[in-house]
Design a protein around this ligand. Structure first.
Ligand code: ACO
Ligand code: LMR
Length: 236
């Protein structure tokens, strides 16, 4: 009889076997015909459903908001140094992307997790802060190297609580998505555990990192070497 062999790969988000690829079951020509945007592509490929317009608009807003934040931030700096070392576009972008983590750009899922947890435990904001402090943990989504109440971050627009852009995205996500009927509570939690929100920052900041790579190459910038006088040497 016929023996069924287990496949080496399982994939559930798209199909390329027909005449044209489908994203979450929707043919790309249908997406084109309906003038659907990047929020719709992410909706189908990440969330595996046709999300309502408010949700795809949220995704697009985050992509625009987080696309770049100047040449001095961790990601762009790495990309610029790599470009000036003569590396190719993909390597330069990868070098920048690899800085995204709990301190830089990759605090969105962590922020959503702790905010949701505090909400579920019925903690008031001051109790939440005291609890994190007692546990010796930095609050993801709060704080910034240069932004403060006196130097406000327009992406966040809050003077009282110094949320950074990661925290603001996490907050808006919980307010909009966790309170919508499109998603279950457990589903929202799982999304934040496997990186959906940091994924938005990765996609967004790739736009800026490609820009920085091309900029350095266009400007034919020489090899970067950090100046001695900006380095503290404490050698024996
Ligand atoms: N939670 C609790 N306390 C904090 C936090 C925080 N998130 N951030 C700063 N503080 C307090 C601490 O008491 C710190 O004192 P300490 O040195 O005794 O720990 C004091 O403020 C000063 O903090 P600094 O270390 O000087 O802050 P810095 O400007 O160097 O760090 C950073 C900025 C890395 C963003 C920090 O605020 C942090 O770790 N935040 C959480 C991670 C995060 O949200 N990152 C995303 C930033 S946005 C982006 O990258 C696009
Ligand atoms: C960013 O969006 O990259 C910044 O908020 C981080 C920074 O250090 O300014």
């Amino acid at each position: 009889g016929r023996v069924r062999r287990a496949t080496g790969i399982v994939s559930t988000i798209c199909d390329d076997r027909g005449e044209e690829p489908t994203y979450g079951g929707v043919a790309i020509s249908d997406l084109m015909a309906a003038e659907r945007g990047i929020g719709d592509a992410i909706s189908l490929l990440w969330f595996k459903r046709d999300l309502p317009r408010w949700a795809t608009r949220f995704i697009e807003l985050v992509l625009v908001l987080c696309a770049d934040h100047g040449p001095c931030v961790s990601g762009a700096h790495n990309t610029i140094v790599a470009a000036r070392a003569g590396k190719d576009l993909v390597s330069c972008v990868a070098s920048g992307l690899l800085t995204i983590g709990p301190r830089f750009g990759g605090a969105i899922d962590g922020a959503a997790q702790v905010f949701l947890d505090a909400h579920d435990r019925g903690l008031e904001p001051d109790e939440f802060v005291a609890d994190m402090k007692r546990r010796g943990l930095r609050i993801p989504g709060i704080g910034h190297r240069i932004k403060s109440a006196d130097n406000m971050d327009q992406r966040v627009k809050a003077r009282n609580l110094v949320l950074n852009v990661d925290g603001a995205v996490a907050n808006a996500f919980l307010d909009l998505w966790a309170s919508s009927s499109s998603f279950g509570r457990e589903e929202i939690k799982e999304m934040t555990q496997i990186g959906y929100l940091n994924g938005l920052f990765v996609v967004a900041r790739s736009i800026g990192l490609v820009g920085h790579s091309l900029d350095q190459m266009r400007l034919k910038q020489p090899l970067y070497r950090h100046p001695w006088d900006d380095t503290a040497y404490y050698c024996e």
